[in-house]
Design a protein around this ligand. Sequence first.
Ligand code: AQP
Length: 344
Amino acid sequence: MSDAAAADIVPPRGDRPRVLSGIQPTFQLHLGNYLGALRHWAREQDSYDNYFCIVDLHALTAVPDPELVRNSVLELAALYMACGLDPERSVLFVQSHVAAHAQLGWILECYTPLGWLERMTQFKSKAGAGRERERAPAGLLTYPDLMAADILLYDADYVPVGDDQRQHVEISRDIAQRINSLRGEVFRVPEPLIRSTGARVMGLDDPTTKMSKSTALTKAGHAILLLDLPDTVRHKIGRATTDTNPSVGEPIGPGVANLLEIHASLRGTSREEALAQFAGKSYGALKSAVTDAVNEALEPVQKRYYELRADEATLRGILARAAERAATVANVTLLRVQRAVGLR
Ligand code: AQP
C-alpha cells in the first residue's frame, strides 16, 4: 500500500474519548498498580476507546533476564484480563509488536532538549550518580520519549495513570507541544487522568515511599503482590508500619493513612468515612479489616488469572490480533509525523 493510501485509512475514532496507558512487564504487579491504574481502566472501559499496552521495551531499561521478560509479558496479559480488561472492548497489545513505537521514539528523542530528560525524577533516582550513572543504561534517560511515543501514536485524549506518572505525562505534553509549534499541528496533546482514590499507594514497610515493583523485589514486606496467597497478605499487612499512637486517631501517621486509603479504595468509601469507621480502634482491628478487603478483591482476580495463564495459545492469539489493530492506528500517526519532520 502506498503511503498516501495508508494515511487515508484513518480508523474511525467513534464518539468516545481515547485512552492509552501501559504497565511494564517487570516483576509481579502489586496493589498500587491495581488500585492506581488497572482497576480504573477495567471499570471505565465503556466510557472510553481503550488502548492498553504491555510496555516491554521500557522493561529493558531494567535489563531483566530475557526469559523473565518473555514470561512477564504473558503473565501481564493474563493479569490485565483477570483484572477485568476485556479484549473485545479494549485493545490489549504488546508495545514491541508495533514497530512504530520505537520509530516514533527516535524522532521524539531528536526533538527533546537533553535538559528536559536529565531533570526527570525517575532518571535521577534510577540512574544514580557518579560512576553508577556512567554505567546506567542510556534508555533510562530517553525513556520519556518512548513513553511519549506510546501515547502520541494513538492520538490519546487521556492517559489514565497513578500519581507517580504525572511527570511523564507532563513531559509527553511538552514534547507534543514543542513539535506542534515547530512543525504544525502534528499531535493531539493528551491530558493525564489521575483518580482521587488509590492514586498513590505507599510501601507497607516504608509509607513515605510509593509501593513499587522494583522495591518489592528486594524487600519482601514492601508490597502486596496481586498473586500473593491470603496468608501472605495477612502476614505482610500484619507487619505494616503504623505509628506510635495507642489506636487509630489524630494525628494520623503515613502508615495508618496508607492502610485507611487502601481500605477506603477497596470498599468504595471516602478517606473521611474510613477514618470515622476506625477512629479509636486498635491497629490490629484496622489491619484485619484491610486484610479481608484485600483478600476479597484478589480472590477472583487470582482464580481468573490462573485459568487464563494456563492457555498460552489463546493469550498469544489475543495479543497478535490486538497488535494488528494497534498498528493500523499507530502507522497512520507515524506517517503524519515522518512527513512533518521531512522523512517522507
Ligand atoms: N504505588 C502506586 N500507587 C498507585 N499507582 C501506582 N502505579 C505504580 N505504582 C503505584 C501505577 O501503575 C501503573 C504501572 O506503573 P509501572 O509499570 O511503572 O509500575 P511500578 O510499580 O511503578 O514499577 P517499577 O518498575 O517498580 O517502577 P518504579 O521503580 O519507578 O516505581 C502506572 O499507571 C502507575 O502510575
